[in-house]
Design a protein. Structure first.
Length: 279
């Protein structure tokens, strides 16, 4: 059985490495519009060859989509129009819009909506690593709408990636990812912009940057080509969490401005409750 990976970057490349290790697939075929990505992925032996999307559909049983979510919105109807008993696995970070788009497609059952909760701040084929997914969660969204055999094959791949399975509806998924993933990136982007702006007039500011700054701003190195479409597709949830985040920042700002350090201490202590969740 051949498997196609559409978008051979961090997620697609890491999946390719791990799936190749299983020796369960005759060929791992890449599809990528970037010539630089194609060249690098072949140099790193992430895939056996690159084909066009339509060629890959003709030769592969499984098609894994690991491109930005805007591209998934464009490609999925095209793919579903051309498949027979294939399995299409969408590994994008947002689900509501794409699921609404294909809800009435006659091949909806061959599509599996999944989201691997894994990643780094790096992008491109050179960022791919074999254990990116190990012990992380694969979130299936509206799995009951996929054909049983399609889901079973997708879940076999999840097991081969050494991931755990979770199940959610689309609204739950997009809201929760806004709170635990998307806001983290927005906060990091904002901090990076803040410090870069100050650095224009205070050129030595980064000489004082330590591990705390580095860990907080790390996600600001993430690809804008990946994250702009995520914020666009999950706009309503992102705005909700961003407004709450701004409200909390304003509380901290006001306590410091008013020299209410007892109140500031209480807010920080309240935030420490996160230790119960994140060890």
């Amino acid at each position: 059985m051949n498997i196609a990976i559409v978008g051979v970057g961090l997620i697609g490349g890491s999946a390719a490495i791990k799936l190749r290790e299983t020796k369960q697939y005759d060929k791992i075929i890449g599809v990528d519009k970037s010539e630089a990505n194609r060249k690098k992925a072949l140099q790193l032996h992430l895939v056996d060859e690159f084909l066009t999307l339509d060629e890959a559909i003709a030769q592969c049983k499984v098609i894994i989509l690991t491109v930005p979510v805007d591209a998934i919105m464009q490609l999925t109807p095209h793919i579903l129009d051309r498949i027979t008993d294939h399995v299409v696995i969408d590994m994008g970070s947002t689900k509501i819009n794409i699921l609404q788009q294909i809800a009435d497609h006659p091949k909806r059952g061959r599509y599996v909506a999944a989201h691997p909760m894994a990643g780094t701040e790096y992008s491109g084929p050179e960022a791919a690593i074999p254990d990116l997914f190990k012990d992380k969660n694969m979130v299936y969204v509206e799995a009951f709408k996929s054909d049983e055999d399609a889901f079973d094959l997708a879940d076999t791949i999840t097991e081969q990636l050494e991931m755990k399975s979770l199940f959610m509806n689309a609204e739950e998924h997009d809201m929760h990812t806004a709170y635990v993933s998307h806001i983290s990136h927005l906060t990091s982007f904002a901090l990076a912009l803040t410090v870069l702006e100050k650095e224009k007039s205070q050129g030595r500011i980064f000489e004082l940057a330590g591990s705390g700054f580095e860990s907080t701003v790390r996600l600001a190195k993430s690809s804008p080509d990946m994250w702009t479409p995520i914020f666009k597709q999950n706009r309503a949830n992102v705005l909700e969490v961003l407004e709450e985040h701004i409200k909390q920042l304003q509380k901290l700002h006001d306590k410091i401005k008013e020299e209410d350090y007892e109140g500031l201490h209480k807010l920080i202590k309240k935030s420490n409750k996160i230790k119960r969740i994140i060890k």
